[in-house]
Design a protein around this ligand. Structure first.
Ligand code: 5GP
Ligand code: ZN
Length: 119
């Protein structure tokens, strides 16, 4: 699997520690950090360290990465104290869904009641 760091990608820079962020989770494959503009009392972004543009760019070799992302999401939810009450995981894919950063990220939201359907 190639390691590709995107020069102009803000989340690659965060994963590399080049841009400051409030990191709450880190392992070899995955980083979790607080969203700059939180939409809930707990709002963490969980990302692959590798630059993956969107969910559509994951391939058949990405099983290990997907498992790591899901384990990280679970750990973040438990450590942030939102696993019990319930929380939401959101992946915006493409412009129409509001994806504004072109590096795959999972929003982990909790700490308040979350309406459904989302806007
Ligand atoms: P999207 O709209 O692409 O699904 O989500 C991007 C998220 O990244 C937004 O919620 C936005 O607040 C967050 N974000 C954008 N730039 C930064 C940054 O430099 N640092 C942090 N911590 N979050 C950011
Ligand atoms: Zn990136």
């Amino acid at each position: 699997m190639e390691v590709q760091e995107h020069v102009d990608c803000i989340f690659c820079a965060i994963a590399a520690g080049e841009i400051k962020s409030d990191i709450v989770y880190s392992d070899d494959l995955v980083v979790g950090f607080r969203d700059l503009h939180p939409a809930a009392p707990v709002h963490v972004l969980v990302i692959p360290r590798r630059h993956v543009r969107s969910l559509l760019d994951l391939g058949p070799d990405d099983g290990e990465l997907l498992a790591a992302l899901h384990r990280a999401i679970r750990q973040v939810a438990e450590e942030q104290g939102i696993a019990g009450d319930g929380f939401r995981v959101v992946v915006n894919v493409g412009e129409g869904a509001g994806q504004s950063v072109g590096h795959l990220h999972y929003h982990v939201l909790g700490g308040r009641a979350l309406a459904w359907p989302p806007g």
